[in-house]
Design a protein around this ligand. Structure first.
Ligand code: ACO
Length: 446
């Protein structure tokens, strides 16, 4: 049973657990205002500014939103100082160590871990809904060979709304589209790859795990049997789980922003795919490998690149380093670094890029520039090396991230949709352009 409606009550119940701590005093032009201070379940505190403009005429100024809480959420908790990441209260280390990717996705979407029966039914639904509309398969042929797979993914996800229209008021319709999106994203990703290589597509099959189905669609040949290597299936499971959700990051906030206008789920999520593409966000996993290759081609002189990253005039940053929230370590990077060692060890792969990455990390972690700014390897620093070991081409890395993130975006979209506090997102601005000007007609040159 889909819990969309019921969630509204749960949300309200959880809110009653939040304490209004106290009030913050604000003095403006000699006048005193009291603003409520709210506290979340992990003692994160916020000054509630929702009535600020109405009562004072002022707005807050926070470009790039580093100090702004845009919503209340029950999905994911991050403590950037302590390197904590939890989905619905469960530590990422626990989930990445134990559960199937689809189980973790169920947890995010439904709020609880599934029973055995629920998990089986959920997997059945996801595989049954993973075939893409036959008419859409032709679309892949229309993209130029140079098209980036992220562009293909975003376009195909957006196009799904033409093939699967739905009634936004009907919970059953919404649920079916949630399942379609999670089921089909891996098929779209694999087909984009096969088509770009001029190879026949391989359809998804019942009886395979989510990661195994994807690997089969990527690498099997219709002419022979293909056994999904266990070690690769396991590596992909871990990767997809660490990508699942990361609270109000750039792409997730984009999904919520677009969704707040009541645009359909496909429109909202495809916007998230586009936001993820950028090199400062999910696109960093491709950028990391390109950077490591550049260092390799340049004779392996990683110290030169550390120096360049410190030089503000170079315009160069160490890709895969730094994070807006993590200021100690990124727990996802720790998980993936270990997975890299395990997988490359098991497969007997000696990837010279991994050596360069280790040297880079070690040098940067002992360099004052990075230490003072609290810059540590993030999730993207090691994910690319793992994807290479699996055999995923570099331009598909960010697509892999998007595939893992899909249930997270959807869970946020659902939460936003069911939150009685949601209004259309509409930040304000401080206008700094010219004040009123007159006589435009007289000055015009045409
Ligand atoms: N290399 C060198 N210097 C850096 C780096 C880096 N990777 N990241 C930040 N800095 C420096 C900045 O120059 C700045 O220095 P300053 O205070 O002397 O001016 C300081 O550290 C703070 O940087 P900001 O850009 O203000 O930090 P912000 O929180 O806005 O950016 C971001 C975070 C985008 C992740 C940044 O660290 C970055 O560009 N990293 C490289 C790209 C990357 O790996 N992105 C993936 C992030 S994880 C994800 O989205 C999935």
């Amino acid at each position: 049973m889909y819990e969309g409606e019921a969630r509204t009550d749960e949300t309200r119940t959880a809110r009653t657990r939040e304490t209004i701590m106290s009030t913050a005093k604000l003095i403006l032009e000699g006048k005193e205002y009291e603003l409520p201070v709210i506290e979340g379940t992990e003692q994160e505190r916020a000054i509630d500014c929702t009535k600020l403009r109405d009562t004072t005429g002022y707005i807050t100024y926070d470009p790039s939103y580093a100090n702004t809480g845009s919503c209340r959420s029950q999905l994911t908790y991050i403590d950037g100082e302590k390197g904590i990441l939890r989905y619905r209260g469960y530590p990422i280390e626990d989930l990445a160590g134990k559960v199937r990717y689809t189980t973790a996705a169920y947890l995010l979407i439904h709020g609880e871990l599934p029973t055995r029966e629920q998990a089986i039914e959920w997997r059945r639904q996801l595989t049954q809904n993973s075939l893409i509309h036959e008419s859409m398969i032709n679309f892949f042929d229309q993209f130029p060979v140079t098209a980036h797979p992220m562009n293909i993914l975003a376009s195909m996800v957006s196009a799904m709304s033409s093939f699967y229209p739905y009634d936004a008021e009907d919970e059953e319709h919404v649920y079916r589209n949630v399942v379609r999106l999670i089921g089909q994203v891996k098929t779209i990703a694999a087909f984009a790859y096969r088509k770009s290589r001029g190879e026949p597509v391989i359809y998804p099959r019942m009886g395979y795990s989510y990661p195994a189905n994807f690997l089969r669609m990527m690498f099997a040949s219709p002419a022979e049997d293909y056994r999904v290597p266990k070690v690769l299936e396991e590596a992909l499971r871990v990767l997809l789980i660490v990508h699942l959700d990361h609270e109000q990051n750039c792409s997730t906030s984009t999904v919520r922003m677009v969704g707040s206008s009541l645009a359909n789920i496909y429109a909202a999520v495809s916007s998230g795919v586009n936001a993820l593409w950028g090199r400062l966000h999910g696109g960093a996993n491709q950028a990391v490998i390109e950077m490591l290759q550049r260092i390799q081609t340049d004779g392996g002189d990683y110290k030169k690149y550390v120096a360049m990253a410190k030089d503000k005039n170079s315009g160069f940053r160490l890709m895969g380093f730094g994070h807006r929230v993590y200021k100690n370590f990124d727990p996802r990077a720790t998980i993936l670094k270990k997975a890299c060692d395990d997988v490359l060890g098991t497969l007997g792969i000696n990837d010279p890029l991994l050596d360069i990455a280790r040297h880079l990390e070690d040098t940067a972690l002992h360099d004052d520039f990075f230490v003072e700014r609290k810059l540590y390897p993030n999730v993207d620093f090691y994910s690319g090396i793992l994807y290479r070991a699996i055999g995923i081409p570099t331009d598909m890395f960010t697509v892999m991230f998007a595939m893992g993130r899909m249930p997270g975006w959807i869970a946020h979209w659902l939460e936003m949709r069911n939150d009685p506090e949601t209004r259309i997102h509409r930040p304000r601005q401080i206008y700094v352009g010219p004040t009123v000007r007159t006589s435009a007609g007289r000055r015009a040159v045409d």
